[in-house]
Write a protein that binds this ligand. Structure first.
Ligand SMILES: [Zn+2]
Length: 269
């Protein structure tokens, strides 16, 4: 640790918010870490990440509670915080009895289901092509899990007595999934776009008629990572991880590219 660091000491276990922020710009003052005007992102704008040591700043670290294993919680620094950030925005709009749809129960989606279950009394409906993912969703708190190749619109219609889903969390972000929004959203509902790769192709009138909105999601705030650590400590959120040694990094990256990694891969130096 540097000489001027006062809030943590050498050897202390921490989780890092993914970016280094300045603390003095207006977005920082508002707590919007991802909008920091002087942001630095280790691994993207700076070297670091897959190494024995990671250079970061004091503002980015969150001390871990006793009994929380750093390797177990590590994926929350990126995947978890992103899912949590989207869920927190959705939960602010969800009342008990509302329906929330989670599209894609993979690395981020399975965290999203658990956060929703812990933070709201909404009914969770998960969509995934894989039966194993649908089973996982039910295990983690989803009331229903549907195959997206079925007639999702009429199934959501039946489950909500024609009201539709108040909030949709799209962890896939493909053309097919963004197109579901207008079909299944309740009036005034939101379709949160977390995953990306596809496009949003909707007539402007669709958004006007149903007062629905597409909302983007980029990682999350430092304070949200603190809140997620609190959920993990309370055993509300459980992660599926597999561990690898730093020397295996290239092989792991290749397996990741081919979709051969179960849960989230954690590299231990
Ligand atoms: Zn800043």
């Amino acid at each position: 640790t540097g000489e001027e660091v006062t809030t943590v000491s050498e050897g202390q276990q921490v989780i890092c918010h993914p970016v280094m922020t300045c603390g003095t710009c207006r977005p920082c003052r508002q707590g919007e870490d991802m909008y920091c005007e002087n942001v630095a992102f280790p691994g993207l704008t700076h070297d670091g990440g897959f190494a024995e040591y990671l250079g970061t700043n004091e503002r980015a670290v969150i001390p871990l509670p006793d009994g929380v294993d750093p390797a177990e919680i590590a994926p929350h620094a990126d995947a978890g915080i992103t899912a949590y950030h989207a869920v927190k925005k959705a939960v602010a709009e969800l009342n008990p009895g509302d329906t929330a749809v989670v599209i894609g129960v993979g690395g981020l989606g399975h965290i999203g289901v658990q956060c929703l279950d812990a933070m709201s009394a909404a009914d969770i409906v998960a969509l995934d092509l894989k039966e194993s993912a649908r089973e996982l969703a039910r295990e983690l708190g989803a009331r229903h899990a549907l195959d997206p190749t079925d007639d999702v619109r009429s199934e959501i219609d039946a489950l909500t007595d024609g009201t539709g889903a108040a909030q949709i969390l799209d962890f896939v972000g493909a053309d097919e999934t963004t197109a579901l929004g207008p079909d299944i959203a309740a009036a005034g509902g939101d379709h949160h776009v977390v995953g990306y790769g596809g496009h949003v192709h909707e007539p402007a009138q669709t958004l006007v008629d149903g007062e629905m909105a597409y909302r983007g999601t980029l990682v999350g705030r430092y304070t949200e990572l603190q809140e997620l650590v609190a959920l993990v400590e309370r055993r509300e959120v459980d992660l599926r991880t597999s561990r690898y040694d730093l020397s295996e990094i290239n092989a792991v990256a290749e397996r990741l590219e081919h979709g051969d990694i179960e849960g989230r891969a954690v590299i231990t130096p």
